[in-house]
Ligand binder design. Structure first.
Ligand code: 13P
Length: 252
C-alpha cells in the first residue's frame, strides 16, 4: 500500500507530523506500507524512520528519480542518492509528471532501468486518459500495452532481488483525484492484462490500482487477487482515513 503525498503538505512540520501518524498505523503481516513524501522532507523523515521502534513492513520512497547517478543535471536526484537516505522505492512515470513535466516513455524507461540497476525498487505508473477510455476497454488495453512495451524496454536482463523490485501501478488518468474510481472489475481485468504483458519478468510483477482509492472502495479492489495493493494519493494525507484503508487491506 503506497502513500503518494504528491506536492503535500506545505511545511516540514506538517510532513513530520503526518509521517509519525502513518508510521503508527498497525501493520498487518501481509501488508507493506510505502510512504513517498516530497524529496525535501525525505531526509528528516528518514531520520525518524531509522529511529522507529519497528520498521517491519514500512518503507520510504521518492516520487520520481533521475536516470544518472551524478553529474551536471540541475535539479535532479539520482537512484543512489535516494538509497543513501534509506529510501527503498521510487515512483516512476506518474501521469502528473507525464502531463505537467512532459515526461515521455523514453524518459520513463531510462528511469526504470537506472533505478533497477541501482537496486532501487520501482513503482511504475501506467494508465489511459479519458479520451482513450471512452473508445472502450480494448482501446485502453492497447494504450497500456504500448506504455509497458516502451517503459519496460531493456529490463529483461535485470535480476530482480525480490518480488517487489518492480511494481506496476494501474492508474487510469480519469480516475485520479476525481472521485470517479475505476470499476473494480475493470481494474482487475487490466491488472491481469498487465501481468500478461510483463510475464517475461521474473519474479512476476505485482500490480497495484490507483485512482480515488478510499476506505469505502478499497475492499472491492483487493478482493480481486490480481490486484496486489493500492497507490493512494489524497486519502494518504489523512492518517485516520489511510489507517482505515490499511485495516481493510489487512483483512482481505
Ligand atoms: P488520488 O488517490 O488522489 O486519486 O491519487 C491517485 C494517485 O495518483 C496516486 O499516485
Amino acid at each position: 500500500m503506497v502513500a503518494n503525498w504528491k506536492e503535500n503538505p506545505e511545511t516540514e512540520a506538517e510532513a513530520l507530523g503526518l509521517f509519525r501518524k502513518l508510521a503508527k498505523i498497525p501493520r498487518n503481516r501481509n501488508t507493506e506500507i510505502v510512504i513517498c513524501p516530497p524529496f525535501v522532507y525525505l531526509e528528516k523523515i528518514a531520520e525518524e524512520f531509522k529511529n522507529l521502534e519497528s520498521r517491519a513492513r514500512l518503507a520510504l520512497g521518492g516520487q520520481d528519480i533521475f536516470w544518472e547517478k551524478t553529474g551536471a543535471f540541475t535539479g535532479e536526484i539520482g537512484p543512489t542518492m535516494l538509497r543513501s537516505l534509506g529510501a527503498a522505492y521510487a515512483i516512476i512515470g506518474h501521469s502528473e509528471r507525464r502531463k505537467f513535466l512532459r515526461e515521455t516513455d523514453e524518459m520513463v524507461n531510462k528511469k526504470v532501468v537506472a533505478s533497477l540497476e541501482a537496486g532501487l525498487k520501482v513503482i511504475l505508473c501506467v494508465g489511459e486518459p479519458l479520451a482513450i477510455r471512452r473508445q472502450g476497454f480494448t482501446a485502453a488495453k492497447k494504450f497500456v500495452r504500448r506504455q509497458l512495451a516502451e517503459d519496460l524496454r531493456r529490463t529483461s536482463h535485470i535480476k530482480f532481488q525480490t518480488s517487489s523490485s518492480l511494481v506496476i501501478a494501474y492508474e487510469p488518468i480519469w480516475a485520479i483525484g476525481t472521485g470517479k474510481n475505476c470499476p473494480p472489475f475493470d481494474a482487475a481485468r487490466m491488472a491481469a492484462f498487465i501481468k500478461l504483458q510483463a510475464r517475461h519478468l521474473k519474479p512476476p510483477v505485482r500490480v497495484l490500482y490507483g485512482g480515488s482509492v478510499n476506505s469505502k472502495n478499497i475492499a472491492d479492489y483487493l478482493k480481486n487477487k490480481e490486484i496486489g495493493g493500492a497507490l493512494v494519493g489524497g486519502a494518504s494525507l489523512n492518517a485516520a482515513e489511510f489507517g482505515r484503508i490499511i485495516k481493510a487491506a489487512g483483512s482481505r
